[in-house]
Design a protein around this ligand. Structure first.
Ligand code: HAM
Length: 458
């Protein structure tokens, strides 16, 4: 868990301001859900055999016997809130966005936190692939507006409840004779959740993975069509993507489209310790046509460049996908849905690493200096008048000596200091001192805003 220090707040604020504007433009409404939910919600939605629920949730039992969990992600809570607050009766799709802290007890690494911040989008009640593409598009708009030029979406389809079981059995057939060569976790996954075998980072499992049957060859016609159409939206809008047949995601609720966002800036290599031998492995060989059922649009294929080798092993700055069965699983009528989230700690690291230029903070141009108890007491009124007039001001009200206050004014780079002594406080006047020349003039306090405005304009 970490502190977000004042020096970094400008990055966070930039993300907040831009995302609010872009998400509202695309008609997403803000929702905030509690940090604590019934543990059952995540057991059901994320899946009781997933790493997140099995190993990473912070859960507690209250004296009253409630079993609660600090939210590890936002999709389950958003669907719960949708169901509990009458959104079912509203025109669909219902589009939400959220930003907040989530909690996962993961092993600490650079870029991986136990309290993490996410920015999420969820669209409930739209089965059309344009909704999947819109989520991806809106994230790409935000990333570009934030000044990030190099990023791409890994995309795949994990099929639906009708076609996935058949792929599952092909996968089991492939892995069963090789089970001895798998890591301990994967031996368990083979029984419980074989799709997760594709996601294992262990070297020996990754070697075995190379011969696996590919999910896109096994999904049904409806899922294939949905995926192809979704890719066509990405092509048309020049959204950079890579078809990654091994992308399966670590949460159980996904159906059809899944995606993760990576970037090829150097920072990714720093986020996760990629072993040297891993760096030598060739990039994935995939083409749009393999997966998109023969769609001809090679312009959309992003060729894997040498740096991308790192990224293929790297850490995602965002992820998401479709979850058509989650609303009904949580007790609602069947509603298709899709969404995604960006990981803000990683996004801020990326903004810093690529040297994103942020709007300058207004420079402090005036410093307020006071002398004596009576002047100190009058200070707030004068400062407040300047705040209302939009004049940025520095002060050091706790100090008594004029000399030390002027020293700070000098250091702050202010053009003027305002000096209020006992005499000025009684007369309702104030001294304006030009810092560069030391020239001072006394003016009535009622003229202060007007005089300063003129001087600052010059
Ligand atoms: P997720 O892949 O678990 O998906 O997390 C999304 C993003 O959150 C990741 O790509 C990463 O950037 C960030 N993230 C996850 N864990 C950490 C961590 N420990 N430290 C820092 N950043 C982290 C979800 O959470 C889904 N709810 C996404 C979604 C929304 N799917 C549909 N709608």
């Amino acid at each position: 868990m970490h502190d977000i220090l004042p020096k970094d707040q400008k990055y966070w604020e930039r993300i907040r301001v831009l995302s609010r504007a872009i998400f509202s433009y695309y008609n997403f409404s803000r929702i905030d859900t509690p940090h604590l939910e019934d543990s059952e919600l995540f057991l059901q939605a994320v899946g009781f055999q997933t790493d997140i629920v099995e190993k990473q949730t912070y859960s507690l039992k209250t004296e009253g016997g409630d079993e609660l969990t600090l939210r590890p992600e936002g999709t389950a809570s958003t669907v719960r809130a949708y169901l509990q607050n009458g959104f079912v009766a509203e025109p669909h799709p219902v589009k939400f966005y959220y930003q907040g802290a989530f909690f996962r007890h993961e092993s600490p690494q650079r870029g991986r936190y136990r309290e993490l911040n996410q920015l999420g989008l969820e669209v409930i009640g739209d089965q059309n692939p344009v909704a999947d593409a819109e989520v991806i598009h809106v994230f790409s708009v935000l990333l570009r507006e934030l000044g990030i030029r190099e990023f791409f979406f890994h995309v795949n389809s994990v099929g639906c409840k009708d076609c996935r079981p058949s792929y599952r059995s092909h996968l089991i057939q492939y892995y069963r004779p090789k089970a001895k060569g798998l890591c301990r976790d994967c031996k368990k996954r083979l029984k419980q959740n074989p799709l997760r075998l594709l996601d294992c980072k262990e070297e020996k499992c990754r070697i075995l993975k190379k011969g696996t049957p590919q999910i896109l060859d096994h999904i049904c016609e409806a899922c294939k069509k949905h995926f192809t159409l979704m890719l066509e939206f990405l092509d048309e809008n020049e959204i950079p993507y890579i078809l990654n047949p091994y992308l399966v995601r670590g949460l159980d609720y996904y159906t059809k489209t899944v995606f993760e966002i990576f970037t090829d800036s150097d920072w990714v290599g720093e986020l996760e310790d990629v072993k040297d031998e891993e760096k030598k492995e060739p990039p994935l060989e995939i083409s749009a046509n393999d997966a998109a059922g023969g769609t001809e649009n090679p312009a959309a294929v992003v060729e894997a460049r040498p740096e991308e080798k790192k990224i293929l092993k790297g850490i995602a700055i965002g992820a998401g996908g479709r979850y058509d069965d989650l609303v009904s699983l949580l007790g609602g009528r069947s509603e298709p849905a899709v969404g995604g989230t960006l990981g803000l700690e990683r996004l801020v690291m990326l903004m810093k690493a690529v040297g994103v230029k942020l709007p300058e903070e207004p420079r402090m141009r005036v410093f307020f200096v006071q002398l004596g108890d009576f002047a100190k007491k009058k200070s707030f009124k004068i400062i407040e008048e300047l705040r209302r007039a939009g004049i940025p001001l520095g002060e050091s009200l706790g100090r008594d000596s004029v000399k030390s206050q002027l020293k700070i004014a000098d250091k702050s780079g202010s053009d003027y200091s305002l000096i209020l002594g006992q005499k000025e406080a009684i007369d309702s006047t104030i001294i304006i001192r030009e810092m560069s020349s030391g020239i001072q003039e006394v003016i009535p306090q009622e003229m202060l805003v007007e005089t300063l405005r003129k001087k600052l304009k010059r």
